[in-house]
Design a protein around this ligand. Structure first.
Ligand SMILES: NC(=O)C1=CN([C@@H]2O[C@H](COP(=O)(O)OP(=O)(O)OC[C@H]3O[C@@H](n4cnc5c(N)ncnc54)[C@H](O)[C@@H]3O)[C@@H](O)[C@H]2O)C=CC1
Ligand SMILES: CC(=O)C(=O)O
Length: 321
């Protein structure tokens, strides 16, 4: 794997807790950026993370990176700013329970980013990610293509992993999407699941995939994965750290990659003015296009229900200007 190093690629991470630090570590391992700046309310923490990461540089696989802690002025010439700051879930809490608290934090952070003169792409991971990406859009006034949420990238990865374990095939040969809310109302697009290009009902010799107990169990384990991990270790971070690195590569290397991000719906699937997880083509300009999946009636109904939940929550917490 070699990357074009002729261009400087600068990323600023806002929030260097579990998620921000895991993402930074993934970037270092994959050598995706040249310059990485860590910003946190807790400046000591950001500085400590920067020092620790720098000490791994002699072991890094790719070209050396410049890593430092800093402040919002660093966003001015950044290609990408990734927001991972804010409260995470306590055991038993839903992502939506964090909405009011994190919307206030998001407003302050995005205002500071924009005050720097930032003109790049904003990527949001803070939960509830769909709601907060919409807040980031409103506060930043950036074009909608350039305000992206990590959406269901992690849920889709969990889904592919669990299917790959069940069928004992490489997860990279499983094609499957989770769409809608990154949260309790998310849904699996069973009608489009393929193993090595073969539809799942044929591959798995299943008559009705939506009613199959093993497949329902897989979906429920995807939906509830964060709860299961938070009960055991307090937070989730490696999976999303790698997912954010994947999105970073898609953006900074103009990959036109199809990834399940949270993007603004504007009438697609009969859904308007709400951010939701959907497979989309992502490149250096942000979201180039959302895929128009041929959803069945049940999937469409569930997607619209998920959208309605998020829309109401977004309206409730959207900061007044
Ligand atoms: N989108 C996804 O798939 C996932 C999202 N998350 C979300 O990521 C967020 C962060 O989670 P963790 O890293 O585990 O939390 P954490 O508590 O470890 O880190 C949060 C960091 O944000 C910083 N912070 C708080 N307010 C700030 C502000 N105004 N400006 C700058 N920094 C500020 C804190 O000082 C802390 O270092 C949570 O909302 C969590 O739910 C977590 C996992 C997956
Ligand atoms: C915490 C969270 O959003 C997740 O692990 O999916």
């Amino acid at each position: 794997m070699t990357f074009d190093q002729s261009k400087t690629r600068k990323v600023v991470i806002i929030g260097t807790g579990f998620v921000g630090a895991s993402y930074a570590y993934s970037l270092v391992n994959q050598g995706i950026v040249n310059e990485l700046v860590l910003v946190d309310l807790n400046k000591e923490r950001a500085e400590g993370e920067a020092r620790d990461l720098n000490h791994g540089m002699p072991f890094a696989f790719a070209s050396p990176m410049k890593i430092r802690s800093g402040d919002y002025d660093e966003c001015k010439n950044a290609d990408l700013v990734v927001i991972t700051a804010g409260a995470n879930q306590a055991p038993g809490e839903t992502r939506l329970d964090l909405a009011a608290k994190n919307a206030k934090i998001m407003k302050g952070i995005v205002t500071s980013i924009m005050d720097s003169g930032f003109k790049g792409i904003l990527l949001v991971a803070t939960n509830p990610v769909d709601v907060l990406t919409h807040v980031a859009l409103e506060v930043s006034n950036l074009p909608k293509e350039r305000v992206i949420g990590s959406g269901t990238i992690l849920d889709t990865a969990r889904f592919r992993y669990l299917l790959s374990e069940y069928y004992q095939v490489d997860s990279r040969n499983v094609h499957a999407y989770i769409i809608g809310e990154h949260g309790d109302s998310e849904l699996p697009v069973w009608s489009h699941v393929q193993i090595g290009g073969v539809p799942i009902e044929k591959y798995g010799k299943i008559t009705d995939v939506e009613k199959d107990p093993d497949m329902i169990n897989i979906y429920e384990n995807v939906r509830d994965a964060a709860y299961h991990i938070i009960e055991r270790k307090g937070a989730t971070y490696y999976g999303i750290g790698l997912g954010l690195a994947r999105l970073t590569k898609a953006i900074l290397y103009n990959e036109n990659a199809i990834v399940t991000v949270s993007a603004l719906f504007e009438g697609e699937y009969g859904i308007d003015n709400v951010y939701l997880g959907i497979p989309a083509v992502v490149n250096e300009y942000g979201v180039r296009e959302k895929l128009e999946l041929d959803l069945n009636e049940n999937e469409l109904k569930k997607l619209r229900e998920s959208a309605a939940i998020l829309k109401e929550m977004t309206e409730n917490v959207m900061p007044k200007s």
